[in-house]
Design a protein around this ligand. Structure first.
Ligand code: GDP
Ligand code: IMO
Ligand code: MG
Length: 424
């Protein structure tokens, strides 16, 4: 099993890369997160953003698994499937998607609780996507949640109704001002659950292990990214799941012994949506220009993404905790036209240099290395030999610092806009 994961704060271009390489696999499998993800795929000049549906969905021969480590919101999933079918009527989601019985359900009240906590000064504001992700995962850990496999049981209706009523009362008592009617969210939820019944739900860990033992190729799809990992990210400004390679193993029920290639995706600069540390952030007009040039607006929420220079200490940390075997670099094209580009190589704290930092220390100052910029039209580049000397220099610098090869350079949002750089 190979894995694709994000190495920064999300939105590195995972969707595009997975859509491309999934043609080499029999199965793609999402292992974490839920509808907080936004994985954009451009096909024939049209773009779609997938939230819960694995990014191999456009390959007719590829089976797409929604794994055990995920949290599935039936209401959002139904909308996403209908949107997908409107985008491409040839896809067959009911045939090509298999859902883990052990994936947890996101209830409508989880989403409302997420909004409530984000807007209530009694709680830390994370800047979440308001998809109820933390609330679903926390109820999983509390062992109070419903799972996809519960949908078929005779008492599902009464258990779900109980949870909805209980949590709704909590919101009312908490003084949530804008609250949709309980009847309305209940109706929508049960209709979406009926829709979900059209899909095959099974023990996906058994399905995946059987497939692997038959020699089939599996690609695990990460959502979010290393610096948003619940354990290793910039806590508390993180998501609530394991976004790393070990999360792929536990989230899918596949032994770490079965893991092969680990593709780590990173932008040539950094972005972040939501709150939390971002030492290389560019808060000036230059950052605003880069945001426009790179179209850095959240695929899921539409929020403007925060922009900063590439953070090498954070990237080294992400490569280390994931055991990344090759880097996929995206968006170097966005930096084209700049005289020089910067990379943060260290943090400085009270005169001391900190070479690798998982936890970004408060008050640490990023130390920037300036490198020659490049100027090229990447849009139709077909061959690595066409790359400007400065880009080659940038890639070599990253390879030397990270001690892994750059396997691919993405040159634009389009499916075909990618250069393979090694023989891997
Ligand atoms: P994901 O969450 O990691 O799948 O990334 P998103 O889809 O949220 O955000 C990445 C954005 O960058 C999308 O709009 C992609 O279409 C776009 N994109 C991906 N790779 C490249 C690239 O190399 N260059 C440019 N300019 N855009 C890219
Ligand atoms: P993809 O898969 C970027 C961020 C949110 C917030 C924090 C917690 O498209 O890369 P949550 O809703 O998960 O409780 O929010 O995590 N976040 C993402 N940022 N890309 C994502 O997914 C994200 N998913 C969550 O902005 O800061
Ligand atoms: Mg995204």
């Amino acid at each position: 099993m190979d894995i694709v994961l994000g190495l920064q704060w999300g939105d590195e271009g995972k969707g595009k890369f997975i859509d491309l390489i999934s043609e080499n696999y029999d199965i793609t499998a999402r292992f974490n997160g839920g509808s907080n993800a936004g994985h954009s795929i451009e096909r024939n000049g049209r773009k779609i953003t997938l939230k819960m549906i694995p990014s191999g969905i456009f390959m007719k021969e590829v089976q797409n698994i929604i794994g055990t480590g995920t949290v599935l919101d039936p209401v959002s999933f139904k909308k996403e499937i209908l949107n997908l079918q409107a985008f491409d009527h040839t896809v067959q989601p009911e045939k090509n998607i298999i859902i883990s019985k052990k994936a947890h359900l996101v209830m409508p009240t989880h989403k409302l609780l997420d909004i409530f906590m984000e807007e209530n000064p009694e709680y830390t504001t994370i800047g979440t996507t308001k998809n109820g992700i933390a609330q679903a995962y926390s109820n999983k850990i509390l062992r109070q949640n419903l799972r996809v496999g519960d949908i078929g049981s005779p008492d599902f209706q009464s258990r779900a109704q109980h949870i909805l009523e209980r949590d709704y009362k909590m919101l009312e008592d908490g003084g949530m001002i804008v609250l949709p009617a309980l009847e309305e969210i209940t109706k929508e939820f049960f209709e979406a659950v009926e829709f979900l019944k059209k899909f095959t739900c099974t023990e996906t860990e058994i399905y995946l292990n059987k497939a692997l033992s038959e020699g089939k190729k599996v690609l695990a799809e990460g959502s979010q990214a290393a610096m948003l990992d619940i354990d290793h990210g910039t806590y508390p400004y993180v998501t609530s799941s394991s976004t790393t390679a070990s999360g792929a193993s536990s989230g899918l029920g596949v032994s770490p012994k079965k893991i092969g290639e680990i593709y780590g995706i990173a932008k040539a600069y950094c972005t972040r949506v939501g709150n939390g540390a971002f030492p290389t952030e560019l808060l000036d007009e230059f950052g605003d220009d880069l945001r426009m040039k790179g179209n850095e607006f959240g695929s899921n929420t539409g929020r403007p993404r925060r922009i900063g220079w590439l953070d090498l200490p954070a990237l080294k940390y992400a490569v280390m905790i994931n055991g990344v075997t090759q880097l996929v670099l995206t968006k170097a094209d966005v930096l084209s036209g700049l005289k020089s580009v910067a990379v943060c190589t260290h943090y400085e704290l009270e005169g001391e240099m900190i070479p690798v930092a998982g936890t970004l220390p408060e008050n640490a100052r990023p130390v920037l290395k300036w490198m020659e910029g490049w100027n090229a039209d990447f849009s139709n580049m077909k061959n690595a030999a066409e790359l400007p000397r400065e880009v080659i220099g940038f890639l070599s610098f990253l390879e030397a610092e990270l001690e892994i090869p750059v396997g691919y350079l993405s040159t634009g949002p389009g499916r075909e806009q990618i250069l393979k750089l090694t023989n891997k």
